[in-house]
Design a protein around this ligand. Structure first.
Ligand SMILES: [Zn+2]
Ligand SMILES: [Zn+2]
Length: 349
């Protein structure tokens, strides 16, 4: 099969690799869409210790079941599915309390397991999520980033009628905007450096505040009657965006840290202390959040249309490069050869 293989920092090539065989409890998927995640860009640059070459990236996917291994009763060949790519042990204290994302034994497709930037991928049958009728496989492949947003908003405890700021209007930030609005958060403010992304955020119903530290804080104050927001979501992860989130949050509020860009950054801790502002790390999602995201995509409550690019897997390297260079696409979905659209997928048996 063809696979886009990460071979060294900034180097990816389409190679002929052996098609994997599903083991016990596993299935083989014919990949139809494989999205490029922001977290993979640091891997592509060689700055992510979780992604070492040679590796097939890809954990935001949809496809159809091509083959089933033993112990996969109930899984039907040809079924349209997406996949929760975070594979956890299912037994530890975190897994049994619906916090699978914190499982110490967790594995991630496209990082610790071969991913979906290929014609086929093997996944555990337990990780499959059926795609509801009427939901395109392209939209279904975005359940994973949407699930990150569902989880972040739930963890924030924000309530209807409160205010929020989202810094970073990439796919996660845009999904956070949509989830906040769906929760009845009345005032959703957004900041991003990129004018295309600002326009898309405004189109989703957010109020765009100016970029630039001083202007951002001035706009947040004027939009919130001087108080600051109840919750700020950092979907970028730089020193500046984290600091601005702290400064924009009202006393007693929360800062949700989602963006994994820079590890060590300094923060105005005295401001946190005097305002009793809580800092909260947010990582991935649990299976319930993943299912909610998929259901909301099917109901049309969530979804990115504007700025979504569909590209051939053969041009994958070009798209990783463009995204690293700041291309404003909200999501790039790679299509392996032959997987042009749902109805054209040929399952080789
Ligand atoms: Zn992702
Ligand atoms: Zn576990």
């Amino acid at each position: 099969m063809k696979a886009l293989v990460y071979e060294a920092p900034l180097v990816m090539n389409v190679r002929d690799v052996e098609r994997p065989t599903p083991g016990s409890g596993e299935v083989l998927l014919r990949v139809v869409y494989s999205g490029i995640c922001g977290s993979e860009l640091s891997g592509f640059l060689g700055q992510n210790s979780l992604r070492t070459p040679p590796l097939i990236f890809g954990h935001e996917l949809s496809g159809v079941i091509a083959e089933t291994g033993p112990e996969t009763a109930g899984v039907e060949i040809g079924a349209r599915v997406t996949v929760n790519p975070l594979v956890s042990c299912g037994r530890c204290e975190y897994c049994v309390t619906a916090r699978h994302q914190l499982c110490r034994e967790r594995l991630l497709l496209g990082a610790s397991l071969p991913g979906s930037n290929a014609e086929y991928v093997v996944v555990p049958a337990a990780s499959l999520e059926p795609v509801p009728d009427g939901l395109d496989l392209s939209d279904a492949s975005m359940a994973e980033p949407a699930a990150c947003a569902v989880h972040a908003v739930r963890l924030s405890g924000i309530r209807a009628g409160e205010s929020a700021l989202v810094i970073g209007a990439g796919p996660i930030g845009l999904f956070v905007v949509q989830v906040l609005l769906a929760h009845g958060v009345t005032r959703v403010l957004v900041a991003d450096r990129n004018p295309d992304r600002r326009r898309i955020a405004a189109g989703l119903g957010a109020t765009v505040v100016r970029d630039g530290d001083v202007e951002l804080l001035a706009d947040v104050r004027s939009e919130t009657g001087g108080s600051g927001v109840r919750v700020a979501f950092d979907a970028a992860g730089t020193a500046t965006t984290r600091t601005n989130c702290v400064a924009a949050t009202a006393p007693g509020g929360k800062v949700m840290l989602i963006g994994l860009h820079t590890d060590q950054t300094s923060l105005p801790v005295n401001t946190l202390i005097r305002g009793e502002v809580a800092l909260h790390g947010v990582f991935a999602y649990n299976p319930a959040a993943f299912r909610t995201a998929l259901a909301w995509l099917a109901e049309g409550r969530l979804g990115l249309r504007d700025g979504v690019v569909e590209a051939d897997l053969e041009d994958g390297l070009g798209w990783y490069q463009r995204l690293v260079d700041g291309h404003p696409a909200t999501k790039v979905l790679l299509r392996p050869p032959g997987a042009v659209a749902d109805h054209l997928v040929e399952v080789e048996r």
